[in-house]
Design a protein around this ligand. Sequence first.
Ligand code: 5GP
Length: 195
Amino acid sequence: MSKGFVLILSGPSGSGKDTVINELLKKDPDTMVSISMTTRKPRPGEVDGVHYYFVTKDAFEKAIRDGEMLEYARYGDNYYGTPRGPLRAWTEAGKTVILKIEVQGAAKVKEQNPDIMMLFLMPPSIYALRKRLAGRNTESAEEIEERISIAKKEIVGSYAYDYIIVNDRVEDAVNHILDLIRRHRRLLDTGAEAG
Ligand code: 5GP
């Protein structure tokens, strides 16, 4: 059994993280994704306990107070965070656990555990990002502009990541990430310096 590890996947809203993660889960049985908690409302088709744990602001703040969150951040008007939950058990069972989180949360997790791998999914352009956000029809024009403005700041923060993957063709991005995951597993298994 290979050693497990945490893989952070960040990238602006609309950069295609969900599509990429779904493909990774299909192609690699040792990869799984951590389910975050959020106070934002579910989008059509999103299921509680599958896409997120959708909770109230009070419940989220209680989870913070009770020390249940590995990290959390405010994004727009909402909280998003990673429950500590079974993360450690999963990595000990040899799994690659993906945290799909934004850059502030990513920095906090990296501080606590420098061995994790951090990937930033980069949209081919801001133009492509705006087109994708508008095309999915889930945010208002104002929310789209807010997400674009957050995206520009996130892109500035991408220098802190181990790898930047441009998501032009999903298949290429997925294959590139799979290569990196397998390489990281080999490095952990041989005890060599990961990177
Ligand atoms: P969305 O509303 O599009 O699902 O997510 C908005 C942003 O929140 C995305 O950048 C997503 O990666 C980030 N996010 C989702 N879950 C978490 C989490 O548990 N922690 C942090 N810090 N960010 C998260």
